[in-house]
Design a protein around this ligand. Sequence first.
Ligand SMILES: *Cc1c(COP(=O)(O)O)cnc(C)c1O
Ligand code: SF4
Length: 397
Amino acid sequence: MRANDLDPTFISHAPGYWSGEAAENWNDHRWQLRNRVDSLSELEQRLNLSDVERAGVLLAGTKLAMAITPHFFNLIDQDDPDCPIRRQVIPRIEEGWNAPEEMADPCGEDSHMPVPGLVHRYPDRVLFLVTDRCASYCRYCTRSRVVSGVGEQHLETQWEPAFKYLEKHKEIRDVLLSGGDPLLFSDDRLDKILTRLRSIPHIQFVRIGSRIPIFLPQRITPELCAMLKKHHPLFISIHTNHPRELTTEVRDALGRLADAGIPLGNQSVMLRGINDNVEVQKALIHKLLMCRVKPYYLYQCDLINGSSHLRTAVAEGVSIIEGLRGHTTGYAIPQFVIDGPGGGGKIPINPNYVVESGSGKITLRNFEGEIFDYPDPTLIPQRDFLKLQELALDLAR
Ligand SMILES: *Cc1c(COP(=O)(O)O)cnc(C)c1O
Ligand code: SF4
């Protein structure tokens, strides 16, 4: 761990490995995308790879592609083999081993798709998978079966049938655009999708799930923000796992979104050796609050094929929440969840603060381990209420 990872300051890592590149290029999101590190030779030009990584990169070509934006690549600490950034985006051979409990579709999304691309798992909201591409690829991606386009399965979003389904199902009031990363679309294309969604009267709430503010903050242009602003109420959920990811560029990009009135939340995944301790999580959530982002969910890593080297024990997530609750700002604390394998949806997991309940009281433990009894009020029966009401009316007469 770098000492400054726990320091609540924002630093820029540019130009790093790209010293000599014109600022005009560096700040252009198209240049960043064109110059992604996506081959073994480019990777080896910049980093000394271990055998485990080199073999992982070769394997990635048939599973989940490797691609890393120059912006994000610069966060990698060349001298640290356990660098928390490196482990998120550089493949390792362990990805080739599927543990018996692992699955291609751990959240059971394919079996909840009434229309290809549209996951209707909850009563009032849908997940709309609009693209299979991202700015960079996370090695533990829960949707790696379709994301990046190199695997066997492909995402084939059926636009018109999906919009028709949304129009017909009046119970859907919340649409979450995800993928892949919707913010890779051009402003025009996104504008058209959002306009179409906004033309459906029963859709009250739209949000976009995106890691672009972290991987490619240059994409968060004033023009994009001005376009998004027309489609309020619109929320954005970002995805960041480690405090080093919150650089000055990322802070400024998030600031532009927040200034456009877009409420921001963050989703993190518990990852072994990356953010599996309370100090790192605390530094992350404190920096998120400084960026006007509410930590929303902390996920137990899904049982995605080839992820056992990155997964943590459930108890580690619980102990992190315990180490946060009461010890820091309530706003900073995410909800720890497990996505029920096979399509159970998000299930909250909380530390147990209830020591005992029943017999007219509940015994609770606070964050310092002290015990408190709260007398559970016995409910006043309805007929006693009616008697009291009569009495009050008599008195008033
Ligand atoms: C996560 C998810 C949602 C959104 O859930 P929230 O708890 O409202 O954030 C909706 N649909 C699916 C299939 C999801 O996985
Ligand atoms: S940004 Fe999201 S969808 Fe894309 S690879 Fe990472 S986790 Fe998967």
